[in-house]
Design a protein around this ligand. Structure first.
Ligand code: NAD
Length: 478
């Protein structure tokens, strides 16, 4: 029996237990623990603590802030093995992926720590004796919402960005995968973060967001999750004139040009598709393969999918774990049924693997009509759809045809093709000849329905600041 941590709220520097809802292990559907739900009083205390915490934290030097962020990252690295077990238990991904996720969160904190010391303003030349200073100041109390697919990585982006910029934050992490956020907050508490600067709550998501977002103390919203929920939160924030960072869903197109190596592209695509059982907003999903390579690409992809070991993430032999919740399992089954009923060819997977646990195989559909639901809705699961295209113009047009615009991918050896792709693809990130969409040092986010604002890179921290122009006439007229 692997230990699963006790789950608590963290408000005003104190850990607190409360009644709540069960956390389910997706590998065997057993109950791992109870996630505590915050009361209205807890939320009010979090608001007041974050308001007070902000006063201390914004006056703390960037160097001292960096020290605390780096210390929290160091503690997480020390604890990576035990946190990884908790992540696998609650979310399902293989242990190796969980460990990589913890280390990825540390890399984000390291980056934010360093970047916080470089939040430079500027001086604009003016009339003699006049100095215009552009200052970047912390935006204030942040209300953050992180999803269940990356239990520690997603919260680390929100917490790291906010804290490095001098803001305080109330994080509502996922009720379905809460242990990652608890471990993150524990590392900050142990690293010496002053009380109130970081608060962690759970509850009924819409009740919390609809209470917190309109509060005058809250100055910014950062959300990662689905497009419909993102639009709902952005609309509420708009009514109260509050800026948002919205990291929403995607429907990653992958363009395989006629000069690519189809087998290498298929192998790396299938491996990336299986990561986190496809429950990744940047997952490669729609494959547009030049007709001359279509057969070889599809064959290699199917071979890889059939060979993939699906099982409990704690088993070292497992290459892909279960889906994180029963909703995803039902979604996969109905998307496959819909696509095949409209004429798609099912080449691998397609059906639930076991009666107990939310196991679903890496599934390959070919010749999928554009009318299939899976070609339009984010599948958010291990579903790959492969279609032939006749040229790059057609591929780019089909890649851009959906309202999503998060991550896109392409395989080509031609600089000319790469240039046309860089110019023509409507997405926040385009990766050519590889499938990594986001690193600590690169800006990540979407266009169109995939949201706005960026996490990571130097742009990431700027989201948590406001620009103030101070004009100083240094020799006032007598
Ligand atoms: P969902 O839309 O109900 O929830 C998505 C996330 O938002 C969850 O973490 C949930 O706790 C939170 N949430 C829901 N309603 C909220 C509200 N009113 N206020 C604040 N937070 C709220 O869907 P789901 O079934 O959990 O996930 C399925 C879909 O979500 C997927 O199809 C995928 O499109 C999307 N998703 C995207 C990401 C991402 O990284 N962009 C992450 C998780 C889920």
């Amino acid at each position: 029996m692997h230990p699963y941590p006790e789950l608590k709220l963290y408000v005003a520097g104190e850990w607190k237990s409360a009644d709540g809802t069960p956390v389910i292990n997706p590998a065997d559907e057993t109950v791992l623990g109870t996630v505590p739900h915050a009361s209205r009083d807890d939320l009010d205390r979090a608001l007041s603590a974050a308001h007070d915490g902000l006063r201390t934290w914004r006056r703390t030097s960037p160097a001292k802030r960096a020290e605390i962020l780096l210390k929290a990252a160091a503690l997480l690295r020390e604890r990576a093995d035990e946190i990884a077990v908790a992540l696998t238990l609650e979310q399902g991904k293989p242990l190796g992926e969980s460990r990589t996720e913890v280390l990825g969160a540390c890399a984000k904190l390291d980056w934010d720590a360093a970047e916080g010391r470089r939040l430079y303003g500027r001086i604009i030349p003016g009339d003699h004796g006049m100095r215009h200073m552009v200052l970047r100041q912390p935006i204030g109390v942040v209300s953050g919402y992180s999803p269940w697919n990356f239990p520690i990585n997603s919260p680390s982006r929100k917490v790291g960005g906010a804290l490095a910029a001098g803001c305080s934050i109330i994080l509502k992490a996922s009720e379905e995968t809460p242990a990652g956020a608890v471990a993150l907050v524990r590392a900050f508490a142990d690293a010496g973060l002053p009380p109130g600067v970081l608060n962690l709550v759970f509850g009924v998501p819409f009740e919390i967001s609809e209470y917190l977002i309109p509060q005058p103390a809250v100055r910014m919203i950062t959300f990662t999750g689905s497009v419909p929920v993102g639009k709902r939160l952005a609309a509420l924030a708009g009514q109260h004139m509050k800026p948002c960072l919205m990291e929403l869903g995607g429907h990653g197109p992958v363009i395989v040009c006629d000069d690519a190596d189809p087998v290498a592209a298929a192998n790396t695509s299938a491996t990336t598709k299986s990561r986190n059982a496809g429950q990744v907003c940047t997952a490669p999903t729609r494959f547009y393969v030049h007709r001359s390579l279509y057969g070889r690409f599809t064959e290699a992809f199917v071979k890889k999918a059939d060979a993939l070991q699906v099982g409990n993430g704690l088993d070292p032999a497992s290459q892909m774990g279960p889906l994180a919740n029963s909703r995803r399992l039902e979604a996969m089954e109905s998307l496959v049924l819909d696509a095949t009923s409209k004429g798609a060819r099912l080449l691998a997977g397609g059906r639930r693997l076991r009666e107990c646990g939310y196991y679903f195989p890496l599934t390959v559909l070919a010749d999928v009509p554009d009318s299939a639901l899976a070609m339009n809705q984010e599948p958010f699961g291990p579903l790959a759809m492969i279609n032939p295209v006749d040229d790059l113009d057609e591929a780019i047009a089909r890649a851009n045809a959906l309202p999503y615009g998060l991550s896109a991918y392409a395989f080509t050896r031609s600089a000319g093709n790469a240039d046309r792709l860089a110019d023509g693809i409507e997405a926040g990130t385009l990766s050519i000849n590889h499938l990594t969409a986001s690193l600590a040092e690169t800006p990540f986010g979407g266009v169109k329905d995939s949201g706005y604002g960026r996490e990571g890179g130097s742009e990431g921290l700027e989201q948590y600041t406001v620009v103030k122009n101070v004009s100083h006439l240094m020799q006032p007229a007598a």
